[in-house]
Design a protein around this ligand. Structure first.
Ligand code: 4NP
Length: 415
């Protein structure tokens, strides 16, 4: 049987009344979500809602829609839908929230494949390594731990797992090892498990943590958890989210590029300044910054040789202060560009795996230049800086051409 993509869409969200009907880039939010589900291809698409206006819209857009009345949770709404439609217990349902217009198709495919990989699992869901220590201690970020088969042991708003030794005295750093996973609210269920879920009363842990998936675990129903193949952009909850998603969908949000070298005092400040100057001349919306893999020069101004070259080339680096790259940079920037093979290896080891396709080498954007690395001019005189800048110019020019032509997929449309 074809999988079903069920889209629960409640009319009365507290922070955005009438949310599914709010317009983004000239179309209701729900129409964007339905288009995502249809792009999946091999699936039956059904909208479940408590409001006739939403049902009417879904039907106008050519998809099945079902009025499910008041439901306590999204899973209850899906269970009600499954009962109304009479789906068999073995049918598989992907729950695509009606406020997730940027859901990558790769994640929909991954969650379904995960359910198929574990015939005894009641449901499957996705996670991503947490990006920062702040997320671990943020109760709005749901953490989880898994067993060796990939099944969830527990979900919690509390810091989970607790790093006894690393956090004995201070809680400033995320220990290495990627043990910290952030839950992403995309699920695939078997219809039989949805039915069980809806028949069970809310469980103790579910009520304490306010996490409905705990009702499955507390009743011995396994949830298989896999890593998301790519980041899932945040959904729509507020007016500000509507504007952010509109910018992404209409392509009006600037590209965000971070240039990374070793010290952040020679090469990357020049790349940043040159990219800023050229983007302004081309009328390209670009947010740029630079960082080093070392913390050694943090807070310092650029190297004297960098100032000398910048003066000769009309580049402004006066406001630059060196900083070290952070894990949050990999989430914020669309591209994190290494100046040489050494930076590339360093960035590769620090980047959360689902975001690795953002990490590239600057000179890959100038494939005809004959250079893979921008040579390190640190300690060299003006000729060393000139050689480095020659590469930077070719790499940045190639990069901006790609961004202008949009030959790179925009964030949110990555497959
Ligand atoms: P950058 O140059 O990576 O182009 O900023 C360097 C700056 C400092 C050091 C090495 C390279 N250093 O070893 O301190």
């Amino acid at each position: 049987m074809r999988p079903i993509i069920a889209i629960p869409a409640r009319y009365g969200a507290t922070r955005l009344p009438g949310k599914p009907l709010r317009e983004i880039a000239g179309k209701p939010l729900l129409a964007h979500v339905i288009a995502r589900a249809q792009a999946f291809g091999e699936a039956e698409v059904v909208v479940a809602s408590d409001d006739q206006r939403i049902i009417d819209l879904a039907r106008q857009l050519g998809v099945d829609a079902c009025l499910t009345g008041d439901c306590a949770t999204g899973s209850d709404r899906l269970a009600a839908l499954a009962a109304l439609r009479g789906w068999p217990d073995a049918a598989r349902v992907i729950n695509l929230q009606g406020d997730e217009p940027l859901m990558p198709l790769s994640c929909l495919r991954a969650v379904l494949a995960l359910l198929d990989s574990d015939p005894d699992a009641a449901a499957a869901t996705l996670a991503i390594p947490v990006a920062s220590i702040e997320e671990v201690f943020d109760p709005n970020v749901v953490k989880l731990v898994r067993d060796r088969q990939g099944r969830a042991l527990y979900f919690s708003r509390a810091p989970l797992p607790w790093a006894r030794d690393a956090w004995r005295s201070a809680r400033r750093e995320l220990p290495p090892g990627q043990a910290w996973l952030r839950h992403l609210g995309l699920y695939a269920y078997r219809v039989g498990s949805l039915r069980r879920f809806a028949q069970l009363p809310p469980s103790v842990l579910e009520t304490v943590e306010s996490l409905e998936q705990l009702r499955l675990l507390e009743n011995g129903l396994p949830i298989q958890v896999g890593l998301a193949p790519e980041a899932i952009p945040a959904g729509v909850d507020t007016e500000e989210d509507l504007r952010r998603v509109e910018e992404l969908i209409s392509g009006s949000r600037p590209w965000r590029v971070l240039f990374v070298c070793l010290g952040n005092i020679c090469r990357s400040p020049l790349s940043e300044a040159y990219a800023r100057q050229r983007a302004a001349a081309l009328g390209l919306k670009l947010e740029v910054d630079s960082a080093g893999t070392l913390s050694y020069h943090a807070g310092e101004r650029a190297d004297e040789g960098t100032f000398e070259l910048a003066a000769r080339r009309g580049l402004d680096i006066s406001a630059h202060r060196a900083r070290q790259v952070t894990v949050a940079d990999f989430s914020h920037y669309d591209l994190v560009l290494a100046h040489d093979a050494h930076n590339l290896v360093e960035l590769g080891s620090r980047c959360p795996p689902p975001l690795l396709d953002k990490v590239r080498r600057l000179m890959d954007f100038a494939p005809d230049s004959g250079h893979g690395d921008v040579p390190d001019p640190y300690g060299g005189g003006p000729p060393a800086f000139d050689r480095a800048f020659q590469c930077i110019r070719e790499g940045v020019d190639g990069l901006l051409q790609d961004l202008m032509r949009r030959t790179l997929p925009r964030p949110g449309e990555r497959r």
